[in-house]
Design a protein around this ligand. Structure first.
Ligand code: ZN
Length: 299
């Protein structure tokens, strides 16, 4: 099926159409008029179909809210009130790719499958997860995926626990993570890249249920999303499904501010000295790291 430029299919207006030789694909850029969702479709004869929905999620602190949200979205939703739909999906699906990733400025939910029915199911689980997650009702989700207090015994020591908390403690057990974190703070002192989108272990326990919900409400809307479709599929049926099942329930507000201001260059090369933790008994000889970081354009 060839889509015509400026035509509207199930609420999606075709803004651009272009053949891309390098990937032998007809590319279409569309916008869902009512909700403001953008969509890139690469039409070709590849039966390994891909769907992805991404949101711009610039963090405003080191609590890892974007990362914890990525985990928590996949802990049950309106249509899929399971404890761990993601885990069940991996088990029963014919997917060729299934994941979710948090970047310093965006969060991405991609799936791929060669089976039509499976592809449709996966797409539905992901869309329901991002737009109707059950963590608003189930406050245990943030505690499980983010952080909670842990006490092994009554006279034991109170500590923190949580899936992302532990994951990031693992990341920050390496001096390289501190080095990169310090470099980003120094190079991008004024925009979101100075923050640890994954969550800095000491900052994660500052995340509250209210701030967590607010982040989802602010950024997980169609107008702040980009949907990606790739492969040999019934595009008319897919657009109809996206419109009637999800996007049609949302109205574009024009108020989502997720733009990332460009960092002004530093006046001169900055020398930063920072520290990472070592064991009390550890010898500090020859454990200094040096790094030279340079911002190169917008890439
Ligand atoms: Zn994670």
């Amino acid at each position: 099926m060839t889509l015509a430029i400026n035509a509207v299919y199930h609420g999606f207006k075709v803004l651009q159409a272009q053949f891309v030789d390098e990937i032998s694909s007809q590319a279409y850029i569309m916008e869902h008029i009512k909700s403001g969702a953008r969509l890139l479709y690469l039409a070709n004869d590849d039966d390994n179909k891909v769907f992805s929905i991404s949101f711009r999620t610039p963090p405003a602190d080191d609590t890892g809210v974007a990362h914890i949200l990525e985990h928590s979205s996949l802990c049950g939703s309106r249509k899929y009130p399971l404890k761990e739909p993601f885990v069940d999906l991996v088990k029963g699906s014919l997917n060729t790719f299934l994941n979710a990733m948090t970047f310093p400025d965006k969060t991405m939910y991609p799936v791929a499958s060669r089976n039509d029915k499976d592809f449709h199911n996966l797409m539905d689980v992901y869309l329901d997860a991002v737009f109707y997650p059950s963590f608003y009702q189930n406050r245990y989700t943030l505690r499980q995926e983010g952080w909670h207090y842990n006490l092994d015994s009554l006279d034991g020591k109170l500590s923190y626990n949580g899936v992302v908390y532990n994951e990031m403690k693992g990341v920050y057990s390496s001096p390289d993570a501190y080095l990169e974190n310090e470099a980003m703070k120094a190079l991008f002192p004024d925009n979101c890249y100075r923050f640890e989108s994954g969550g800095y272990p000491d900052a994660i326990p500052q995340l509250t249920q209210e701030k967590f919900e607010q982040f989802h409400k602010t950024y997980y809307s169609p107008e702040n999303s980009y949907i990606y479709l790739y492969g040999d599929m019934d595009i008319d049926a897919t657009l109809e499904y996206l419109d009637s099942e999800y996007l049609n329930s949302f109205e574009k507000t024009g108020t989502v501010d997720s733009a990332i201001a460009e960092q002004q260059p530093l006046p001169r090369t900055a020398d930063i000295e920072a520290f990472y933790p070592v064991g009390a008994e550890e010898d500090c000889t020859a454990k200094t790291y040096h790094e030279l970081s340079i911002v190169t354009g917008k890439a």
